[in-house]
Design a protein. Structure first.
Length: 233
């Protein structure tokens, strides 16, 4: 698992480090399973294209039926692991940003209760809020010989793009609610108070599409950003 080495006697508390490490392991494991499920689905989609060619030439559609049955199971599994990955990755990012900001601003450590609350899936609005923290300004700029030109600008762009993606997800949650004639949510503020995992019906296009992979990358980077703040480099 990709996670930095922290001195648990140093700037972070044991509780903060353990929570960050556990969430990191959780979402990385779910990420690998999701990527495997996506690969399986692509393979079955290609097999489905072959079944269309075969179906007109046989009275025994067992191959076609088998592909359809397996594909339905893979689709359900992909949705399940994606939502699991989202829950832990979103929590990892919110907790990580909170810890990073408190270290950068020399604030007291988080209490065990605060850490526990931050380990829960954040609402879309809370995630959007965490993505609005100026991480690029809090993290020390890398040395010019690091080989990463315009590092701070690139970080700002990537966080802004992810923040826009979460805003789009809130809009999609509203659209889905309207299509389903649901009583809630009906406004952007109500959508901001929603958990994505509770507003991603299995019969619709996934709300996380296009934002899950960038979320993985940022959630994975934050612990390393914390070490840069601690070491000032």
């Amino acid at each position: 698992m990709r996670f930095p080495q922290f001195d648990e006697r140093g700037t972070l508390t044991t509780t903060e480090v353990e929570a960050l490490r556990s969430l990191n392991a959780a979402f990385l494991t779910a990420r690998y399973e999701w990527q495997t499920a996506c690969t399986m689905w692509d393979r079955l989609r290609n097999a489905g294209a072959v079944t269309e060619l075969r179906s007109a030439h046989t009275a025994f559609p067992f191959f076609e039926d088998a592909v359809d049955e397996i594909a339905n199971g893979v689709t359900a599994y992909e949705r399940q692991v994606a939502l699991t990955a989202w829950r832990y990755a979103a929590a990892a990012l919110v907790l990580g940003v909170t810890v990073l900001q408190r270290v950068a601003e020399a604030k007291p450590p988080l209490t065990a209760t605060e850490v526990d609350e931050l380990c829960q899936e954040p609402t879309l609005g809370r995630l959007h809020e965490a993505l609005s923290v100026p991480v690029a300004d809090l993290v020390p700029e890398r040395a010019h010989h690091s080989g990463i030109p315009n590092d701070r600008e690139d970080t700002g762009r990537r966080w802004a793009k992810m923040r826009d993606g979460v805003a789009d997800a809130m809009d999609l949650v509203l659209e889905l609610a309207a299509d389903e004639d649901a009583a809630h949510p009906r406004t952007k503020d109500e959508a901001a108070g929603c958990l994505l995992t509770q507003h991603c019906p299995p019969h619709t296009d996934p709300v996380y599409e296009g934002v899950l992979e960038p979320l993985f990358r940022l959630a994975e980077e934050v612990p390393f950003d914390i070490t840069r703040v601690i070491t000032k480099g």
